[in-house]
Design a protein around this ligand. Structure first.
Ligand code: NAP
Length: 310
């Protein structure tokens, strides 16, 4: 039986791995469908403390990974399908195999939310609809693209896309950005970016080649419908926590976020089971807060395991 399994390799998972490994717990970290988590699809991270010039998201995650390995953590690429969690034993079903552990830290993060409009799924990935400008932006060199959303992600994606694209149109459903002031100002000031406020995307339309040709929109103020010609649609409307696999093993809120025990951000109602990062945090959702939760969860697990074996 494993001492401790950490599910997830984002900031929360790797930080938990570093702490658990340094505590000689020989942790096993399970890497899911997106190794390195959300930051691997971010270009420049400007707000992670200790990097005054900013740091490349992929590099930051690669460094966290190396740091966890350096202290003895083991990393395995396995997707957990289901779990059975109780006080004495935690059983994970992953890729047809069963793994047992004394303690588990759930740090599975969140995945991009989609609009659910016609054409989105059909043209997702390679056909013009994407959720990652860092990954796909360069494919849209000298083309017109659309970004949907009004948060920091949408602004960041739009700014990144200006490096390649002829024009970037942001569609936002309200008349004010949710993004931080500094990001919003950069977007508004950028000569290549045009913002269409109070706008709801209704349908993504294919051309003869099956790839994105345009997006149909509704102006929520005057209820007029129109179409914007574009080659790419970048969706940046937030995230959905990756907690489906837990079913009802742990309490979740109506949006799927794990609900920690009262007065704690990482403890759960099951001794030896901890949560960390975006799968359990719908308020802060920052790389640094996820890392902080990973640290807390590992320290709690270490103390619980020590008490149990005393
Ligand atoms: P977010 O802050 O939740 O923003 C999501 C945006 O999408 C909102 O503007 C929302 O509109 C819009 N939206 C949601 N559902 C929609 C729908 N069905 N149709 C159309 N629009 C929809 O998510 P985020 O931008 O991914 O950011 C998540 C967190 O990460 C935030 O805390 C953010 O500050 C942080 N972050 C930081 C950085 C950075 O500092 N470099 C970069 C990226 C993200 P409403 O505004 O009307 O709700």
């Amino acid at each position: 039986m494993e001492n401790i399994i950490i599910i997830g390799t984002g900031c929360a998972g790797f930080t938990a791995g570093i702490y658990a490994a340094r505590a000689n717990l020989n942790p096993l970290i399970l890497e899911g469908k997106q190794p390195g988590g959300q930051l691997t699809t971010t270009s420049e991270v400007e707000n992670f403390p200790g990097f005054p010039e900013g740091v490349d998201g992929f590099m930051l995650m690669d460094n966290l990974r190396k740091q966890a390995l350096k202290f003895g953590a083991r990393i395995q690429n396995t997707y957990v399908d289901s779990v059975r969690l109780d006080d004495s034993k935690k059983v994970l079903n992953a890729g047809g195999k069963t793994i047992e552990a004394k303690a588990v830290i759930i740090a599975t993060g969140a995945a991009p939310r989609l609009l659910g409009i016609p054409g989105e799924k059909e043209m997702y990935g390679g056909m013009g609809v994407t959720t990652c400008a860092t990954c796909d932006g360069a494919f849209y060199r000298d083309m017109d693209v659309v970004v949907v959303g009004g948060g920091d992600s949408a602004c960041e994606e739009a700014l990144f896309l200006t490096r390649f694209c002829s024009s970037v149109t942001i569609l936002h459903r309200r008349d004010k950005f949710r993004a931080s002031q500094i990001m919003a100002q950069r977007v508004v000031d950028h000569p290549k970016i045009n913002v269409q406020w109070n706008t709801k995307p209704e349908k993504i339309n294919p051309g003869e080649d099956g790839k994105v040709k345009s997006i149909s929109i509704l102006n929520l103020e005057n209820e007029e419908r129109s179409e914007i010609e574009c080659k790419g649609v970048f969706i940046a409307i937030g995230h959905v926590p990756n907690t489906e696999f837990l079913n009802d093993a742990l309490p979740r809120d109506e949006n799927g976020y794990l609900i920690p025990k009262t007065n704690s951000s990482v403890l759960t109602s099951i001794p030896g089971v901890y949560v960390a990062g975006d799968c359990a945090d719908h308020v802060y959702r920052q790389a640094i807060t996820a890392a902080g939760m990973g640290c807390q969860a590992a320290i709690e697990a270490e103390r619980w395991l020590a008490e149990k074996s005393a």
